[in-house]
Design a protein around this ligand. Structure first.
Ligand SMILES: NC(=O)c1ccc[n+]([C@@H]2O[C@H](COP(=O)([O-])OP(=O)(O)OC[C@H]3O[C@@H](n4cnc5c(N)ncnc54)[C@H](O)[C@@H]3O)[C@@H](O)[C@H]2O)c1
Length: 386
């Protein structure tokens, strides 16, 4: 299958390498385009792929069946719509667009097309999230989750600019919001968000530290702490191959993170870079107290490295191509991806306005979340008394 890749930067090169190695494709069938000629040369030299002279060379070539869009965010919507309208399958890096209207236009273009549109939420293809999905027996129903991430700042510069990157939500938090939606199979009802008032990263046009809390229709609560000052969380590297962490260790890319999940039957703590996963089972004692026992049988030996655990883009590309050739259904419906984006836009609004945002279709709320005027009055009067 001939396939075009637009953007040969950090992410584009990962996709190009995976396409060149994929049985449906191979290097001779990958055509790359980048506004930066040097980036194209790197892709060609590293993977033996071919370069195109222009975007139109790719979009107007009838033999090119599919396109991967991996350039700056501000071009995503128009490129995806053009490719879909032109009869091509599209693997679109997140975000779908920089604003709600354009994200809806992308989803609409996919809906009227008979082609695959895949949006790049690769956590859904990654081993740790997939494992959690199958841990209903151990965890029960998910009640809460927290992801804490300290990482190096975005580079190149465009990622920190609202005109090009959009927001921290579109650049990064979207992955975790999508993950919480996918894990819980519930929708966000309410978003609370605050960001740092003073930035340490000088070129960002949005707060470099953002705390976001989400209340879901089924009562699940999720919290995402993101801070782009990496040194504030101690190093966690311990996978055996240090070379595979070369990028992660660079100050501008380095990630440190922890996942904490609480379910009705058990709890889980995961340190991706250490390859450590702790599962605790909850046991209510006859006297009513709650004991939490470490389940020693859990290890992450099944995750060969950090990438396959939470950044499994090789499998993502493979599943996209399998959907294109008709061997499987596309796993992520564009309407589903759109819903994650709508939460991102709401969260950005909450962050900027410093007010919680209630999501549109708030029907079917968990009883504890139903508005109760009497209770509200009670709370308000208590606050007033203070
Ligand atoms: N899924 C993930 O985990 C993940 C991780 C990183 C980045 N991304 C996404 O991947 C995309 C690329 O990010 P990156 O880190 O590779 O950025 P990057 O800056 O390293 O690369 C972007 C490349 O696109 C090129 N480019 C920009 N505008 C173009 C245009 N109009 N036509 C052709 N080429 C153009 C640039 O010259 C650059 O080489 C972004 O949308 C980002 O959100 C996803």
């Amino acid at each position: 299958m001939k396939i075009g890749v637009i953007g040969c930067g950090n992410m584009g090169l990962e996709h190009i390498g995976n396409l060149a190695a994929n049985k449906h494709c191979g290097p001779e069938n990958v055509f790359v385009f980048d506004l930066n000629a040097e980036a194209m040369t790197t892709a060609r030299d590293r993977f033996g792929v071919r370069s195109a002279n222009s975007l139109d060379d790719i979009l107007q070539d009838a033999e090119i069946e599919a396109v991967v869009v991996a350039c700056s965010n501000r071009f995503h919507a128009e490129m995806a719509i053009r490719a879909l309208d032109g009869g091509k399958h599209v693997m679109l890096e997140k975000p779908m667009a920089l604003n709600e209207n354009d994200a809806r236009r992308v989803a609409a273009a996919a809906a009227v097309s008979d082609k695959v549109l895949h949006v790049g939420f690769e956590l859904r293809n990654s081993l740790f999230p997939l494992k959690v999905k199958t841990m209903r027996e151990e965890l029960g129903e998910l009640v809460s989750a927290q992801v804490v991430e300290y990482r190096g700042h975005f580079w190149p510069e465009w990622k920190g600019m609202t005109s090009d990157g959009g927001s921290m939500y579109l650049m990064e938090t979207c992955h975790l919001i999508d993950l919480f939606r996918w894990w819980t199979e519930s929708e966000v009802a309410e978003v609370h968000a605050i960001g740092s008032v003073k930035n340490i990263v000088p070129h960002y046009q949005f707060p470099d530290t953002q705390f976001t809390s989400l209340i879901f229709q089924n009562g699940f609560v999720g919290h995402i702490s993101l801070c782009h000052v990496r040194s504030a969380m101690p190093d966690q590297f311990s996978y055996s191959d240090p070379a595979s962490h070369e990028d992660l260790l660079k100050e501008e890319f380095g990630h440190q993170y922890e996942y904490s999940l609480v379910g009705t039957k058990g709890s889980l703590r995961y340190l991706p870079l250490k390859g450590l996963l702790y599962l605790y089972r909850h046991e209510v004692q006859p006297d009513g107290s709650l004991w939490q026992r470490l389940d020693a049988s859990q290890d992450t030996g099944e995750f060969p490295d950090h990438k396959s655990a939470i950044h499994n883009v090789a499998v993502e590309i493979d599943e996209f191509l399998e959907a294109v050739v008709g061997n499987r259904a596309e796993s992520l419906d564009p309407e589903d991806a759109l819903k994650t984006h709508l939460v991102c836009f709401a969260a950005e609004k909450a962050l900027r306005s410093r007010r919680p945002v209630v999501m549109g279709a708030a029907s079917g709320l968990h009883p504890a979340l139903q508005p109760s005027p009497a209770k509200n009055r009670e709370i308000l009067s208590t606050v007033g008394d203070c």
